[in-house]
Design a protein around this ligand. Structure first.
Ligand code: APR
Length: 255
């Protein structure tokens, strides 16, 4: 049986429309904690508090959200793309990437050199924000300055409305079009590589299922088990940076 790195490299070599699907596990090696590993975000904060209803509906909800955001954003802001992001960008440069569907909001795929049009962000992007009332755009850096200057609940400088980053909270509608486009690309893929996701949040976690049902070869690269491991054609337990780097190195030697 060929080793899983070789098998994945060969799948990518022969693919017409390879899609990579990433979760928070692709950014932990950049210093950004994931959500469900021990010590992850949901070990420290209660996801039931981080709902869209709480944020939009109550000042307390917004105060809590921004208290967390003020301390977590600098970690994301100073993070650098790691070998996993760079390997995915290398796939694009080798002409071996239809698109990268990501659940991450850290903008690291774009900072690793993937063109915007190659990144489908299912849960939004934490570097941008807007006023929910008048839609005035804000950068998250600008808001961080307000928070560091003592503002507890940022409001719109224009109309006083609620300002919110472009990241999807539980119970919030997904970015229009992103889910549909991701589903279309998953169904059209012939190789679908999951990197660093627990595959437990929907509709994102349906994407590998759409790909598999459409006949794609499914590869799952993760540090821990996922509910779809049994359906994977290749399942690799390991660190995203090391594994993705090894796959791209093998692919280059086959080309
Ligand atoms: N290499 C490979 N896998 C890793 C690494 C790594 N260096 N670090 C962590 N992992 C794995 C973990 O074992 C875990 O299974 O990545 C997975 C990350 O899973 P989650 O923390 O659940 O993150 P994700 O799947 O992206 O969560 C989806 O849930 O809370 C919401 O909106 C949030 O987008 C997020 C969504």
């Amino acid at each position: 049986m060929t080793d899983p790195i070789e098998r994945t490299a060969r799948f990518l070599l022969e693919a017409e429309r390879p899609v990579v699907f990433t979760g928070a596990g692709v950014s932990t090696e950049s210093g950004i904690p994931d959500f469900r590993s021990p010590g992850g975000v949901w070990d420290r904060f209660d996801p039931r508090e981080m709902t869209y209803k709480n944020f939009v509906g109550t000042e307390t909800g917004r105060r809590k959200y921004w208290e967390i955001g003020r301390h977590s954003y600098p970690l994301m802001r100073k993070a650098e793309p790691n070998r996993a992001h760079l390997a995915i960008t290398e796939l694009h440069r080798l002409g071996r990437l239809d698109c990268c569907i990501t659940q991450n909001v850290d903008n690291l795929h774009q900072r690793a050199g993937l063109p915007e049009e190659k990144v489908i962000e299912l849960h939004g992007n934490a570097t941008r924000a807007r006023c929910l009332a008048c839609e005035r755009p804000y950068s998250r850096d600008e808001i961080q300055e307000w928070l560091d200057g003592g503002v507890e609940i940022p409001t719109c400088a224009e109309c006083g409305g609620i300002v919110k980053p472009h990241t999807i909270l539980f119970g919030e509608p997904m970015p229009p079009g992103a889910t549909e486009e991701a589903e279309r690309r998953a169904r059209a893929s012939d190789v679908f590589v999951v990197v660093g996701s627990s595959l437990v949040v929907y509709p994102a976690a349906y994407m590998p299922v759409h790909a598999k049902h459409a006949g794609a070869a499914l590869v799952i690269i993760n540090l821990s088990r996922t509910p779809y491991d049994a359906q994977a054609d290749v399942q690799i337990t390991g660190k995203a940076g090391e594994i993705m780097h090894a796959i791209v190195r093998r692919l280059r030697s086959l080309q």
